[in-house]
Design a protein around this ligand. Sequence first.
Ligand SMILES: Nc1ncnc2c1ncn2[C@@H]1O[C@H](COP(=O)(O)OP(=O)(O)OP(=O)(O)O)[C@@H](O)[C@H]1O
Ligand SMILES: [Mg+2]
Length: 309
Amino acid sequence: MVSAALKLEPIPAAAPSERRTEIMLRDVAVEYPSERRAKKTILADINLEIAAGEFVVILGETGCGKSTLLRLILGQEFPTAGSVIVDGKAVTHIDARCGYVPQKYSLFPDRTVLGNVLYGPENARSRFLGRLQPSFYRERRALCHEAESYLKRMGLQPQDFNKYPHQLSGGMQQRVAIAQALLMKPPVLLMDEAFSALDPSTRSSLQEQLHRIWTESRPTVIFVTHNTAEALLMGTRLILLGRQREGSSARKNLLLDMEIPTARLPFAARKKNSEFQQLQEYVADLAHRSSSMCVDEEPAESPVEGNLR
Ligand SMILES: Nc1ncnc2c1ncn2[C@@H]1O[C@H](COP(=O)(O)OP(=O)(O)OP(=O)(O)O)[C@@H](O)[C@H]1O
Ligand SMILES: [Mg+2]
């Protein structure tokens, strides 16, 4: 547990006129029908404003509603109460604005690796008549090159491009699913435990690649993970969600919402930084205490002064 408060400079925020809100959740609640009780509250009283270009990482114990929150933003599910707004519009359906790497990704079994990655953009760009235009094949070649480049950045080899999903390991399938989402170049990227099936060294190289892709095009990323070090390494802002307890009345799920001060450091230097390590301990401790049902205790003092929300 960290007790001494470090004095860190606040992360320079964009001037209000430059800051565009990409995602807004207002008084959001989600309840599902339950066998034992009439309904089960999963999320309650969620208020979030996420600016375009933020890299938001979400941590929280299993069942606290992380995937549910992503599905609300995607438009695959709708809140029981409150509103979800993306790019100024209420979310009413799945919009191409959001790219999504689901926790349980699925590839088309009858398409090759390349065919899977190309499916989205081909579908978006070429309706049947599009194939009659001379530019179609030129554009398709360019798209193939781009798809191959994303697959390589995800660590896949050219000899894998024509394999079918059943010929790939779970980790390779996961990387194809990530390349699939990236190729669409969505302004909002929702990633649900996208690196969970990867070995530590592949995971580390993909973290670096994703960071590079984010700095190149600055999409708004919402990245769910169970790994505190990964969250602090990747994000500019960290959200810790707590789980609603059966039998107790619904309470706020948002336990922590803070800017990550070490996001100001060069990517390669972050993990070695002592502030990073202190933050990691603080967040891991808070996460542990929240899952051990002792969140009502006095919270440990934050190692970051001034930027807890
Ligand atoms: N369609 C549904 N109907 C009923 N309950 C649901 C439904 N979808 C999710 N739940 C419940 O909502 C809770 C939150 O689920 P969610 O998948 O969002 O959790 P999570 O934080 O992503 O967990 P994990 O870390 O295990 O992936 C769980 O208790 C789950 O059983
Ligand atoms: Mg989940």
